[in-house]
Write a protein that binds this ligand. Sequence first.
Ligand code: FPP
Length: 243
Amino acid sequence: MKKSINGHELEIPNHVAIIMDGNGRWAKKRFLPRNMGHVEGAKTVEQICEDAWDLGIKYLTVYAFSTENWKRPKSEVDALMNLLNKYLVDSIERTSKNNMRVRVIGDKSKLSEDLQANIANLEKASSVNDGLQFTIALNYGSRDEITRAIKNIANDVKAGIVNPEDIDESYISSRLDTFDIPDPDIMIRTSGEERLSNWMLWQLAYAEFYFTDCLWPDFNKDELIKAIEYYNCRDRRYGGVKG
Ligand code: FPP
């Protein structure tokens, strides 16, 4: 889809995936506790969902809590879980107003029962919405996702659902957490780090990567437009040659 932004005709990526990094540094710069960075980061999430839809983005996926983030101090993990729980509860009303659908990817079985119930409620309540398709990765790690998919595929073979010779890329995609979401076109990471950190390794095979020094709580619509402008300067060939 093309859209005129700031007087320029830009191709809008269908799916944007974001590593929201820099909450801690944002707080530290202001002599605030790290958790305040996450609180501000959660506000940015709400705003960027509106901005993304406004710009014509259909799918937005964010990395909210990785399989490695359990190693953080218990007080920070608890604060993040409380924040996510609050977000899920508050989003019931918000998503019905703004027509946004929310899904959660990752190993939900390791989350608290409370969180799992709130995820299920929001996923169900928002499932009919056809506006922004918003996905939150929670207790997500790409290697963990691929490992779970391989186990499921092995069970499919055992149950006679699929023959090993019929397992192709699309079958593997269909067993990942993102089975009903198209691959991202662009991956954004904030805060100056240039790593993938176990984020959507399979799905990002052909995505453009955009790194910005902006810390996540400071990320806004103008920053998102800069990423889209960068995306428009790229020459996507998917391994082929330009015709
Ligand atoms: C990385 O910054 C950020 C996280 C591990 C948590 C992301 C969570 C949020 C943005 C808030 C809640 C999310 C939703 C969907 C409501 P960091 O803490 O590693 O920052 P640092 O590298 O500066 O220390």
